[in-house]
Design a protein around this ligand. Structure first.
Ligand SMILES: Nc1nc2c(ncn2[C@@H]2O[C@H](COP(=O)(O)OP(=O)(O)OP(=O)(O)O)[C@@H](O)[C@H]2O)c(=O)[nH]1
Ligand SMILES: [Mg+2]
Length: 351
């Protein structure tokens, strides 16, 4: 297995059934009416709902407790108590429910849209059910069945939409941190990032998952630097963003060198749809590099975009390109740009 595993737990409870009622019919001129206590309503269920627009479990970490409503008690005149409302827990496609103690899989939600995880308690019967020839006036009714409480583990394998590729120090982690609330370490020396980092960019109500991997150098496919083993973490992405340091004297060749290293790892990976981001536009040589790179690659259909961590305006076009590369459709409900969402996904390397 490869990728980024995100996991959390939540506490869930199905609703109690409502109690049946003890009641006797009361009418004018009828002194001893028969039993007419209605049944209690059923408790609400705990239901997992798979939502295509979710990509992470971040929302579950903010709201950990999910309770279905209790059923209402029955009433006189054989009135049923209302059923308790179900509680729906939205989860992304590919979610797996687990026993939080043993880690055993309880249910893989792949392919499901709506899964009833815990049933609510049954409502109790009202006293009119208990009338018999020998017991004309039963003074008891059933209690509702108790709901069930439990803690459940929730796990998701997160596959990034966009993978960042670049030489060490190109500014990959800086970009991840700007667009998401990931806190990838940034420093002015090579190989700062040693394990892949994941961030979630929220845009038009969709999550776009970005993966920052350790820097790649020429010869990485032959084991130089940190090698190319990390490339497998971006092998299932929809697109790649090549980050090229515009102030680097090799700026013009960077893309070809990086692409060559990817090709040595996997032709399929190197042929993914790509964009080039020229970083450090605030540095002296960068604007010139940017123009040259644009001239060199845009005719072959590779978009080239400028970036500086000191210029927020340059972020918007990059975000739009990521959204497009990720194959997302702009939904009707445009919530605007909100780029910082909860993301404490962690990395697990289980080669
Ligand atoms: N002037 C300038 N410096 C930048 C910019 N972006 C990043 N840097 C600096 O470049 C250095 C490297 O940035 P990182 O984001 O750590 O680069 P990286 O590609 O993740 O590097 P590795 O993890 O080593 O592969 C840091 O000192 C950053 O502050 C920029 O737009 N302008
Ligand atoms: Mg880094």
């Amino acid at each position: 297995m490869f990728g980024f595993s995100d996991e959390t737990y939540i506490d869930v409870r199905s609703g109690n059934g409502g109690s049946g009622a003890v009641s006797f019919r009361r009418e004018k001129f009828v002194p001893n009416g028969g039993p007419d206590g209605g049944d209690g309503g059923k408790g609400g269920d705990v239901v997992f709902v798979v939502r295509d627009n979710l990509r992470t479990l971040g929302h579950l970490k903010m709201t950990r407790s999910y309770k279905a409503e209790n059923g209402r008690p029955g009433e006189g005149a054989r009135c049923f108590g209302r059923n308790g409302r179900d509680v729906e827990i939205p989860v992304p496609p590919g979610t797996v429910l687990k026993d939080p103690e043993t880690g055993d899989v309880i249910k893989d939600l792949t392919g499901e849209t709506r899964y009833v995880f815990l049933k609510g308690g049954k409502g109790g019967l009202g006293n009119w059910h208990f009338r018999s020839s020998v017991r004309q006036a039963p003074k008891y009714a059933q209690k509702g069945q108790e709901g069930v409480s439990m803690r459940v583990g929730v796990e998701l394998l997160v596959i990034a939409d966009i993978g960042f590729v670049g030489f060490p120090n190109a500014g990959k982690s800086s970009l991840l941190n700007l667009l998401t609330n990931a806190r990838s370490k940034v420093a002015g020396y090579p190989f700062t990032t040693k394990i892949p980092q994941l961030g979630v960019m929220r845009m038009y109500d969709e999550d776009v998952v970005l993966a920052d991997i350790p820097g790649i150098i020429e010869g990485a496919s032959k084991g130089l630097g940190m090698g190319i083993k990390f490339l497998r973490h971006i092998s299932r992405t929809k697109g790649l963003a090549y980050l090229v340091d515009g102030s680097d004297e090799r700026a013009l060749e960077s893309f070809d060198i990086l692409k060559g290293e990817l090709e040595a790892f996997s032709k399929e990976l190197s042929e993914k749809e790509s964009i080039i981001i020229v970083t450090k536009m605030d540095e002296e040589n960068s604007p010139v590099s940017y123009e040259k790179i644009k001239e060199k690659y845009e005719p072959s259909g590779i978009p080239v975009l400028p970036l500086s961590i000191y210029d927020d305006e340059l972020l918007e076009p990059i975000k739009k390109e990521f959204f497009r590369l990720a194959g997302k459709e702009k939904g009707s409900g445009d919530g605007g740009f909100t780029s910082k969402v909860d993301n404490d996904a962690y990395y697990r390397d289980e080669a």
